[in-house]
Design a protein around this ligand. Structure first.
Ligand SMILES: Cc1cc2nc3c(=O)[nH]c(=O)nc-3n(C[C@H](O)[C@H](O)[C@H](O)COP(=O)(O)OP(=O)(O)OC[C@H]3O[C@@H](n4cnc5c(N)ncnc54)[C@H](O)[C@@H]3O)c2cc1C
Length: 379
């Protein structure tokens, strides 16, 4: 696949591989075991400029492309989907949303420190009763002079418990449905803003999923992002970029699981020969390799379209849907090839198996991706 990358992209991919091999992979199991957001992973990403990867240099970033973000997600997820999620949530969702839709003053105030890794960002859209259908959100924003008063709660917010900056959404009038939704920045320390339940999860245990509670939070009008009532458009447009990261996460974990399966099948002997000699195992490996490559190509296509400036909503939904499904299938087959040893915590395949499921759920479930794709096909 590398033949499809420009020299500069291959160089970035190699740098990412070295970084992940030395700074992320050795700690991935320990962070997972600890079951809290691995903030040291964020600081390590800060040291190599990943915290502002796709943000222009003038705002403290690296000026990277969508392809770069995709490659970074793949490499990070080869070691840990949790770490790839910390990265994707901070850069792909919150920060690039703030960069695209914030004004100059907001970029200086929020984007610059976050791109430099001095502040951690989260993206707060989901609510207990409004998730796949966000038009039903019940977090409300009421204007009072130069401030908005925000009341409500968000749930399952990645990076949420430690975030300094939360790009969030509230309705100015529930009767307006999606047309009332508006984007705001809520900052850590604002009176009335607190962290509620931090979830205990099946997988991605080195990433958090937190409840954020807004109780009469007074937000300066300057923290309103974009126009009143345009929040739905902002939220969905940001999700396109986030889904590219999730597609990369699927490719990353699936390729790590495939590599582990090949290595194990060659060294594990049964019936007097390596299990890789059995056709039943070989066929599984072939199907896994096909899924990894097809997933890679779909994400690559979406990233290239994104870099061309064209709309990529359908292609990225296809890539995310396919990669999530491929990751689940490849990880399951890899565990099967590992037999009982794959089920034990001594090998990372057990963690890949628990982690991969999230790909079918966050940033729009697989059913929601199908809705998006069907809408595009039938329009
Ligand atoms: C670990 C984790 C991290 C997360 N991080 C974030 C974050 O950082 N920020 C954020 O805002 N959110 C985040 N989320 C929320 C995530 O995006 C939602 O969980 C997801 O959108 C699904 O919402 P739900 O869980 O309420 O399921 P529901 O919307 O209640 O869906 C339940 C089931 O119904 C299906 N369904 C719903 N509508 C349809 C339909 N029209 N047709 C067919 N099937 C349908 C769904 O696909 C699903 O299978 C996170 C979630 C998790 C688990």
């Amino acid at each position: 696949m590398d033949v499809l990358l420009a020299e500069q992209e291959k160089m970035f991919q190699r740098q990412m591989r070295d970084f992940v091999e030395n700074e992320i992979a050795p700690f991935a199991d320990e962070w997972d075991e600890r079951n809290e957001l691995a903030i040291e992973a964020f600081y390590k990403m800060k040291d190599v400029g990943l915290t502002g990867l796709t943000i222009p240099e003038q705002y403290g970033g690296q000026g990277g492309s969508f392809i770069d973000a995709y490659l970074a997600s793949i490499e990070l997820a080869r070691a840990s989907i949790s770490v790839a999620s910390i990265f994707g949530t901070h850069v792909g969702l919150a920060l690039s949303g703030l960069h695209h839709f914030g004004n100059e003053e907001q970029r200086q105030k929020f984007v610059v420190p976050a791109a430099k890794g001095e502040k951690l960002c989260a993206y707060g859209l989901t609510e207990r009763e409004a998730s796949s259908d966000i038009s039903r959100m019940s977090t409300v924003a009421r204007r009072e002079g130069d401030e908005w008063i925000i009341n409500g709660a968000k749930c399952f917010i990645s990076n949420g418990d430690k975030a300094d900056i939360v790009l969030t959404f509230a309705t100015v009038d529930k009767q307006l449905g999606s047309k009332g939704i508006t984007a705001f920045v809520i900052e850590k320390g604002m009176p009335g803003f607190s962290v509620g339940k931090v979830e205990d999860k099946l997988g991605i245990r080195a990433e958090s999923a937190a409840e954020l509670i807004f109780d009469d939070v007074r937000v300066p009008a300057d923290n309103q992002i974009g126009e009143v009532g345009k929040g739905m458009r902002i939220a969905l447009s940001i999700l396109d970029e986030g889904r590219l990261d999730v597609a990369g996460q699927g490719v990353g974990v699936a390729s790590a699981a495939l590599d582990a399966a090949i290595a194990y099948a060659k060294q594990r002997h049964q019936f007097g020969q390596p299990i890789s000699e059995f056709q039943g195992i070989q066929w599984m490996l072939v199907d896994m390799a096909n899924e990894v490559d097809a997933a890679w190509l779909m994400g690559y296509r979406a990233a290239r379209i994104a870099d061309s400036g064209e709309r990529f909503t359908k292609e990225v939904a296809q890539a995310k849907l396919y990669a999530a499904n491929a990751a689940m299938d490849v990880v399951r087959k890899s565990l099967q090839i590992h037999g009982g040893y794959g089920y034990m915590k001594d090998l990372p395949i057990e963690r890949y198996y628990r982690d991969a499921k999230i790909l079918e759920i966050y940033e729009g479930t697989s059913e929601v991706q199908r809705l998006v794709i069907a809408r595009a096909l039938l329009s």
